[in-house]
Design a protein. Structure first.
Length: 470
């Protein structure tokens, strides 16, 4: 697909669209892969009308049946039938994960947010539990089809076709992970190769033997597979993989992490965002303008100030508040995700009119730390460290010294490199990028955890959980 773009539309590889004429965009739009082109390129007025219609239908279907929301709205004095516009919609109360966890504890095993009786559900998954107690989520056959359609958008936007062989490099446990990718691949006719139960080297061999062209995994695991390939003298160029689709954690839109993955795999890297309790809500298109598109035909997004709740203007960072529109059996309405995004409604060269989030998910509202007067997000630190290909893995710890936060970074240095030189270079790079003086230490090889799913590289020793981020 990449080669055809460059052949049919000169200049696509440089992605410098400022000098293009309207006819160039029209030609590019025709070449772009879509799952539902009419909807993905619809005028915003049509999208907003569709969102309101789906929202009103959702409210009708769950009112009086979903115990969680029926009580929540009654307590707030809200009558769902009175929601006649998006401004009316914003009168609905927010939903928090802690509420859903309490609802699960109140009526185990699935909670009061399960709209139907248990025999209506065909799927059960749960959140990873990295930010608290795991939350079980359930899907009917209908809502699982909806998940598949959402992932169909993710796959098609990355250029995946029926001719592809999609390798899923994850464990297939209760975490929803890439389970729904199976349905998305079925929708577009691609072959699925499940990689559960194999170790990293076995997965690499199976990718080669079965001719996998697409790999789905976390960004961390993509780098881990490349590390295993080096250690085991596995020939990465022997793979046919041309596309990697990442989810589960930030990274695929962290510039230097994306670049490192693409260099290791000689393939194009795509970001995707979603959550077990929400759905697969955002994806990166082939143009890759530096962000991810929200699937606005299936979700309503608000970007709000995390403290005041006021709507943030385009270009300003705020917390993503999301409503899924196709999951009657387990809805989330005005759900405070805790994820920070920067909204952008300007046109994308891919032709999609969907809102996009510049830089993908930028971090979590509770991850930001003020260290000696500087606001720091874990993704900013990762972007610096990933510049150093000599660093195999790292761990960041925030400690409190004399009532002030202090940044300590441990790095594992690949053999053959001057460890002290790498250490001082990393220390200086963090200072120049963030205006912070960290303490950087070299860890013994193999002493830091090399993650295969969601990574937990950031710790706060003043936090009872011991974790600030993945």
């Amino acid at each position: 697909m990449k080669e055809s773009f460059e052949r049919e539309v000169p200049g696509i590889a440089r992605l410098r669209f400022g000098s293009w004429k309207r006819k160039d965009f029209q030609r590019l739009k025709k070449l772009m892969p879509f799952y539902n082109q009419a909807m993905e390129t619809a005028p915003r007025e049509r999208l907003e009308t569709l969102q309101l219609q789906k929202l009103q239908r959702l409210l009708r279907e769950i009112s009086g049946r979903n115990r969680f929301y029926t009580k929540k709205w009654k307590d707030a004095g809200i009558v769902p039938g009175d929601i006649q516009s998006i401004s009316d919609f914003q009168k609905l109360p927010f939903t928090y994960k802690s509420e859903l966890v309490c609802a699960q504890e109140e009526a185990p095993p699935f909670g009061t947010n399960a709209t139907f009786s248990p025999d209506a559900y065909t799927r059960v998954h749960q959140t990873s539990g990295t930010t608290g107690a795991p939350l079980r989520v359930v899907d009917t056959a209908e809502s699982w089809e909806w998940w598949g359609d959402c992932w169909g958008h993710v796959l098609k936007a990355a250029g995946v076709t029926a001719a592809d062989r999609v390798f899923l490099a994850f464990s297939f446990g209760p975490f929803i992970g890439f389970w729904a990718t199976v349905e998305g691949a079925r929708k577009i006719g691609a072959m699925v190769i499940p990689g559960g139960g194999w170790d990293s080297l076995q997965r690499l061999h199976m990718m080669r033997e079965l001719g996998a062209t697409v790999v789905c995994c976390t960004p961390t695991y993509a780098l881990r597979l490349a590390e295993v390939a080096r250690a085991e003298h596995f020939d990465m160029p022997s793979l046919q993989v041309r596309t990697l689709i990442h989810a589960g954690e930030p990274g695929a839109n962290v510039a230097r992490t994306k670049s490192r993955i693409e260099n290791e795999w000689n393939a194009k890297c795509f970001d995707h965002a979603g959550a077990s309790e929400v759905g697969a809500h955002s994806f990166e298109c082939e143009v890759q303008p530096g962000g991810i598109h929200l699937l606005e035909s299936e979700f309503i997004a608000e970007v709000l100030d995390a403290h005041s709740g006021k709507e943030m203007p385009s270009g300003e960072i705020g917390e993503l508040v999301i409503t899924n529109l196709g999951r009657v059996g387990f809805p989330v309405i005005r759900y405070r995700t805790g994820d920070l995004v920067r909204p952008n409604l300007s046109p994308c060269a891919c032709g999609r009119t969907f809102l996009r989030f510049d830089g993908g998910l930028l971090g979590r509202s509770d991850d930001m730390l003020t260290i000696r007067g500087v606001n720091v997000y874990p993704t900013a630190i990762e972007n610096v460290i990933r510049e150093f290909t000599s660093v195999a893995e790292f761990q960041v710890t925030v400690t409190t010294l004399d009532q002030m936060h202090h940044l300590e970074v441990q790095i594992e240095v690949l053999s053959g490199n001057d460890a002290e030189h790498v250490r001082t270079s990393v220390e200086q790079a963090i200072y120049h990028a963030l205006s912070l003086h960290p303490t950087v230490k070299v860890a013994e090889p193999g002493t830091l955890t090399h993650f295969e799913m969601k990574a937990r590289r950031f710790r706060r020793l003043d936090d009872p959980s011991g974790n600030a981020s993945s």
